[in-house]
Design a protein around this ligand. Structure first.
Ligand SMILES: [Zn+2]
Length: 174
């Protein structure tokens, strides 16, 4: 999971440079278009076009996420619900900013680990999960805010909130 030291300070600058490329650009991998400094989906304008790989696809290729979210072990039993939630967040985010995407959702050491190509989508997923499960996330940024890591406090590692037995019994009463 952890990268060698020194890598973090160099890489974000490379991605920032890619993001500021001048003129129209079309990504070979995902087809996203950059024009007049903006990334968007759809057909490229009728101007000279450069091709290559967008920063999001570059990160995916290099397996270098901008966001890493490690969920508490207890969240694993709500996997389907969580997957549904994060895919919904991605759909909305990606439409707004094509460089904000999910990279991978995997199980590692009994936890779900989510990686993303952008920091905004990671923060949004963290907030949504925290709200849904009433467990505050711990969010850490790299010094230049180009990387984000989200974790949950060890003490918060209990079963996700569910209606308790007593609450259900109370609800069943006539
Ligand atoms: Zn791309």
């Amino acid at each position: 999971m952890d990268r060698p030291r020194g890598v973090q300070s160099r890489h974000p600058a490379v991605y920032a440079l890619l993001a500021k490329r001048a003129g129209a650009f079309v990504c070979d991998d995902c087809g996203v278009v950059q024009y007049a400094g903006k990334w968007r989906w759809g057909a490229p304008p009728r101007v000279e076009i450069q091709t290559g790989r967008c920063p999001a696809c570059q990160r995916i290729r290099e397996r270098y996420p901008a966001g890493t979210i490690r969920l508490p072990r207890a969240f694993l039993e709500r996997r389907e619900e969580i997957l549904h939630m994060i895919h919904n967040v991605e759909r909305a985010r990606k439409a707004e900013n094509p460089l904000e995407r999910l990279m991978e959702v995997k199980e590692s050491g009994g936890r779900l680990v989510i990686t993303t190509t952008g920091t905004h989508i990671a923060r949004q997923i963290a907030h949504r999960l925290a709200r849904r499960f009433h467990q505050k996330a711990r969010i850490r940024y790299a010094a230049d805010e180009s990387l984000i890591r989200v974790d949950w406090e060890e003490s918060a590692e209990r079963r996700p909130a569910k209606p308790s037995r007593s609450a259900r019994r109370r609800g069943d009463r006539p």
